[in-house]
Unconditional design. Structure first.
Lengths: 241, 241
DNA sequence: CGACTAATTGATCCAGTTCAATTCATGTGG
DNA sequence: CCACATGAATTGAACTGGATCAATTAGTCG
């Protein structure tokens, strides 16, 4: 999943700089991707359907308009690692191999917009800002993957679950949604394969968090965060359960 | 670490190529990064010294000329995750946060060339190919991080060690070095923190591989691969120890 | 309502950790 | 050049967090 901008945060240093003066006739200005996407084909995907599979030709890049997506790798023996979840506003399918490296499966009914990869690379060859945006997006995703690596390599089961819930809560905050209520469109199995744990462990850790009054679970797809600070201390390894 | 080309595989447009003639006034041609780097400041770093730390301002991008580097994240409580190792030809320090997200430590005496980040972003704003190359490099690194994620999340200790040795062997093959002999410039502790295991487990797994006649360990920094196929079957989960 | 799938909970097990010695390298000063 | 100091690696024994196996229980969809 990718951020390819959107947000109005001009924070990142290098970047993107004043666009004026870059507006050359042929290439669209910055934001061209979004503009192109807006004109792109809409695709509806039913829950559980795959959008693409590892090994498929990378013909298109997609932006998620609605619904949640699970991106994963799987071995012949069935072991699966969920790499990321993508939500509305995220881009999926970017990369520079001619083939997708991941499987992308809709967790619920999904609406996408698609852009042919060839179009994207043609535009990027003309507009330096577009290439830079793509670079920025990949850098962002790389940073997320590195954090995830830390979580899986070093944290305990309880810490991993706490990190996971916090990440969803923070995403809500960024999108101006309630950070105190987290919806889980994925199954326990998806969470387990994301965190390198089993469904039983996920379930037990959620129960422990509930008993510690840190969260509440009204339905199994809906987490209320009762004590965000405790959750952060847990995620940071400053506390245990 | 990043590949931003190097190797004599003409596939990527700007292979190392002759540097002469690249000095064009406004925007350097493709391969500009390498050319600029060639003119960049050289920096020598002693073994165990840090090149930069997480949180430092990202003022420069580096290319490794000689020596090996360990890139890691660390928590206040001392838990450490090694994210990657960088070797000659790799770039380190790329990214779009204003601050480094990783610590970079020399594992042995290292020689680097550096390019100010500001220069790089200025050039990339003019030359679409440069931005695209940076995108490509990040995409490559992201793919590697995702593989690493799978390894740590799903594979057993023996499989992880096998994957690690295979990755080094394949790197050798790419660089036209002997894929049958792998040098380990890092300590067992670095390997352990890279694979999410302990030094004892690394040691035990290497011993098991040695007893199974899959590798030989003449010195603890030098691995001879005796049975590459067995190693690959192990890494792929098709065999056990 | 009944059938099926997802989630929870409990009991047992085991891969990898932790703790504790050795052993092996490497470098340093006499 | 050797003896000794120091940190790295190996090896062994005991322990444990999370996995596995095994029922229930709770949702959800025809």
């Amino acid at each position: 999943m990718l951020y390819l901008d959107s947000a109005p945060n001009s924070s990142s240093a290098h970047a993107v700089a004043p666009v004026r003066g870059v507006a050359i006739p042929p290439a669209p200005a910055v934001g061209g991707l979004e503009a192109c996407m807006a004109a792109g084909a809409v695709r509806a995907v039913k829950a559980r359907e795959h959008i693409f599979n590892a090994g498929d030709a990378r013909t298109h890049v997609f932006r998620v308009e609605a619904g949640a997506i699970c991106l994963y790798k799987i071995m012949p023996d069935g072991r699966r690692q969920v790499i990321d979840f993508a939500y509305p506003g995220d881009y999926i399918g970017l990369g520079c191999d001619p083939e997708h490296a991941l499987n992308a499966q809709a967790l619920e009914p999904v609406r996408l917009r698609s852009l042919p990869a060839a179009t994207l690379s043609r535009l990027a060859g003309r507009d330096p800002m577009l290439g830079l945006k793509m670079y920025e997006a990949m850098a962002h995703e790389l940073a997320a993957a590195q954090d995830h690596l830390f979580t899986i390599g070093q944290r305990s089961a309880a810490e991993r679950v706490a990190c996971f819930l916090l990440a969803l809560s923070r995403r809500n905050k960024r999108r101006d949604k309630d950070p105190g209520v987290v919806v889980l469109p994925m199954t326990r199995s998806d969470i387990a394969d994301f965190l390198g744990l089993t469904i039983e462990t996920i379930s037990r850790m959620l129960t422990k968090l509930r008993h510690a009054k840190i969260i509440d679970l009204e339905q199994c797809t809906l987490v209320k965060i009762l004590d965000g600070n405790a959750l952060e201390r847990l995620a940071g390894g400053e506390a245990a359960l």
